[in-house]
Design a protein around this ligand. Structure first.
Ligand SMILES: [Mn+2]
Length: 306
């Protein structure tokens, strides 16, 4: 058996798709986020399920305590591309790379694809499958935001990501796998295009609404704007940054989920290191996140009603 712990976003789901293609029914997949990855891996290691499975952890990192346990256990590979995970490279089973050999930013799906190819885990048909290669590139281009620099050609990356949330994870995975097997990925049908256009209208309206609510301030010595938002944070963040070139980054606070997302489009800032890490989070130079406690929610309540 193979056990896969992977991130919940398109890049993480891309890894799940690769695992299903490579290992079929022999893989058990657990989708994790930054707030539960360590707990989930620990629970697995302490459970009876942890027999002789090979463990893959993709597009997400574990903390030092869990890394030590995995190091003792063996039969594990961690593939991640977030700069905040680079310190894990001290373990030989952790491969953290930010860029591909050609200098463009890589992603979890892309790294896992290379790993599976090099280690002979994909059959010949899949190894030569053009649609599968395209799939990994498209997921990477979305995840690293490279798609926004590709013009018209990049839009399909965003559309595929939208379809993940429109169809739901399971249906989306089935859709991708069948298109990869038929060597047609990514093919959009009229019905896909219709729901995508309805969705896009909703996102555009949301961005417009949030743009009117933006509050400008200073944070970590830089100019920023903040909004309270809980949806479409990647697209919202990117578009608000572009609408307001005077700010260095945008902060999106999700009160309900107790999370903060940071986004920038400028080159001279590392949001993961310079901002999110100061608040217990992490991430990429242009996209990062952190969390806050329940106490903050109570304080806000008190301020409003106190
Ligand atoms: Mn990723």
């Amino acid at each position: 058996m193979v056990k896969l712990f992977t991130h919940t976003d398109l890049d993480g789901v891309g890894c799940a798709i690769l695992a299903k293609l490579a290992f079929g029914n022999e893989v058990d997949i657990e989708y994790c986020d930054y707030d539960n990855i360590n707990e989930n891996v620990m629970n697995y290691l302490n459970s009876n399920d942890d027999s002789l499975s090979y463990i893959y952890i993709t597009d997400i990192r574990v903390n030092e305590d869990v890394a030590k346990l995995l190091d003792e256990r063996g039969d594990v590979v961690l593939l991640d591309h977030h700069p905040t995970a680079l310190e894990l490279n001290k373990y030989p089973w952790c491969k953290v790379r930010v860029e591909e050999l050609n200098g463009i930013k890589t992603s979890g799906t892309r790294m896992f694809y290379h790993w599976l190819c090099i280690n002979g885990c994909l059959n010949e048909e899949l190894e030569n499958n053009e649609a599968l290669r395209r799939f990994t590139e498209l997921v990477r281009d979305y995840d690293t935001w490279r798609w926004s620099e590709l013009g018209e050609e990049g839009i399909i990356c965003k559309q595929v990501n939208d379809l993940l949330y429109l169809y739901g994870r399971d249906k989306f995975i089935t859709w991708c796998i069948s298109q990869i097997h038929d060597n047609v990925f990514p093919r959009l049908y009229a019905s896909d295009k219709l729901i995508l256009s309805i969705k896009q209208k909703e996102i555009d309206d949301y961005v417009e609404q949030k743009n009117e609510q933006i509050i400008f301030t200073e944070l970590c010595g830089r100019e920023c704007g903040y909004v309270f938002a809980e949806k479409y944070v990647s697209e919202l963040g990117n578009r608000l940054c572009k609408l307001h070139p005077e700010i260095d980054f945008i902060v999106m606070i999700d009160m309900g989920n107790k999370t903060v997302s940071y986004r920038a489009v400028k080159e001279d800032i590392d949001l993961g290191k310079d901002v999110a890490q100061l608040f217990g989070g992490g991430g990429h130079p242009k996209a990062a996140g952190s969390e806050f406690s329940e106490n903050v929610q109570f304080k806000v309540f008190e301020k409003i009603f106190g």
